[in-house]
Design a protein around this ligand. Structure first.
Ligand code: DLL
Length: 434
């Protein structure tokens, strides 16, 4: 299949040229921000940096970071760089860690954001002949509006389903012949399961899925691809930087191209703030160089990933990021050991379970405990108590090998774990209650 681009010239631009473009846009953006946002003016003055000091990407590290707490402190209007009358949209998120963030967009900002989503849809093989089924939430969450706008730009027939009402989702999917599904991976897994139960796999025409907004493993990708008979593409983004489409996967499915003409990525050591070379694992930081209303400089995402400039077979030249491998703030520290929920998911899926699980962390007698609840597979319905106990023991051993610590495993009944239509709740950390 020939590679599909939405903005080929930009997406395949030689790296040197991208860097030059970034430098020009960065210098302009820093001036815009310095002139219009008191918060940044104060921060830059305190750091002794003037807008004239920032002329190229190499100067980026002279700028101070922006933290999530800054956004909370400046809520709601403190980081606005345009008069409110020039803004046409607000989106918001409670954020992965529960803090409210409000982002503003001018019409131009929306236009560029939708371009990014259009690139993602076309990279997943989308054209104006497709029926794009958007089951991300609409409203303040960026998922629905972002992919909706991108789908319009591609010229696809857009189904603004939003999340929920699985019965209707499947009916529309079959009646209207949806070909590309956009939703969270956990909801895609749930839809796949529901389609399977109804024996309707033959009636769906899906060829691709664009799934993101939450962590998911390669194993989960394989599972969804097999169950729905599609290619599943990852998409990454965050409200603070625009929404979905900051980065997206291409046919190679080996990481996501960051839209470098709009966002400059850096990876830093989360403890020291030191910038790390490409190929090293650290916290992702973004500077938005084209946004008018809500431009952030060196925003610390807390997402842990690795950047790579390795040549991509799709022809795109923009740098690639791995799937977020965890969050510097969501990483669980259990008995002093760093545990990422994705490690647990990998073990469960490798052992043949579906991604219906929950991790419960607690503190008993001053000692951390971790329990993994996972649903039994349908094949286990006739298992005896002893057989179930043996399966649990097997998982305990596999988790111990992966994490290095003991985690209790409870195999619960199928459907016992609440399904999510948006982002799945994987971790319940009861230690915060004390
Ligand atoms: O989740 C935007 C989005 C919508 C992305 C639809 C993709 C698809 P927020 O609600 O602000 O925005 O949450 C942003 O979600 O910092 C990551 O921790 C996580 N996240 C987003 N995409 C992925 C992904 C949207 N593909 C936060 N894999 C980010 C893993 C993701 N985590």
């Amino acid at each position: 299949m020939a590679e599909n681009y939405y903005q080929k010239d930009i997406e395949t631009m030689p790296v040197e040229q991208i860097k030059e473009l970034q430098g020009e846009r960065l210098a302009k953006q820093v001036k815009h921000v310095y002139d219009n946002v008191e918060f940044y003016r104060n921060k830059m003055d305190a750091a002794g940096v003037k807008p004239e000091d920032i002329r190229s990407v190499e100067d980026l590290s002279k700028l101070p970071f922006t933290e999530k707490d800054d956004l909370r402190d400046q809520y709601p209007y403190g980081l606005l760089a345009k008069p409110l009358k020039d803004c046409v949209r607000i989106q918001s998120t409670s954020g992965t860690t529960g803090r409210r963030v409000v982002a503003f967009y001018t019409q131009h900002d929306l236009d560029l954001w939708e371009d990014c989503c259009a690139r993602a849809i076309m990279a997943a093989g989308g054209t104006d002949e497709d029926v794009v089924h958007v089951s991300y939430g609409y409203g303040l969450f960026t998922g629905g509006p972002g992919l909706n706008g991108g789908s319009h730009k591609v010229g696809s027939l857009t189904l603004p389903m939003s999340s929920g009402n699985t019965e209707r989702q499947i009916q529309f999917m079959t009646d209207l012949g949806s070909t590309i599904l956009c939703c969270t991976p956990s909801y895609a897994a749930y839809l796949a399961e529901s389609i399977d139960e109804r024996g309707m796999k033959d009636q769906i025409k899906l060829k691709a899925g664009i799934f993101g907004a939450e962590a998911w493993t390669e194993e989960m990708r394989q599972d969804i691809q097999d169950k729905l008979g599609i290619k599943a593409y990852d998409i990454y983004g965050l409200t603070e930087i625009s929404g979905p489409g900051v980065a997206f996967e291409c046919s190679e499915q080996t990481g996501m191209h960051i839209n470098e003409d709009h966002f400059i990525p850096e990876v830093i050591n989360p403890q020291t703030g030191e910038v790390l070379p490409d190929g090293e694992k650290g916290e992702l930081v973004f500077t938005s160089i084209t946004k008018e209303a809500f431009p952030l400089l060196r925003y610390r995402t807390r997402d842990i990933c690795i950047l790579s400039r390795k040549k991509c077979s799709c022809g795109r030249t923009h740098i690639k990021m791995t799937k977020p491998l965890g969050r510097s703030d969501d990483m669980l520290i259990v008995k002093g050991v760093n545990v990422f929920p994705s490690q647990i998911e990998t073990v469960l899926l490798n052992k043949g379970y579906a991604a219906n699980y929950q991790i419960i962390v607690d503190r008993v007698n001053n000692s951390d405990t971790i329990e993994v609840q996972v649903e039994r597979t349908p094949e286990m319905s006739n298992c005896s108590k002893e057989e179930i106990a043996a399966k649990e023991k097997e998982l305990v051993a596999a988790l111990k090998a992966m994490l290095g610590i003991y985690a209790k495993v409870v195999l619960v009944n199928p459907k016992a774990i609440a399904r999510s239509e948006g982002k799945a709740v994987r971790v319940i950390d009861n230690r915060h209650l004390y």
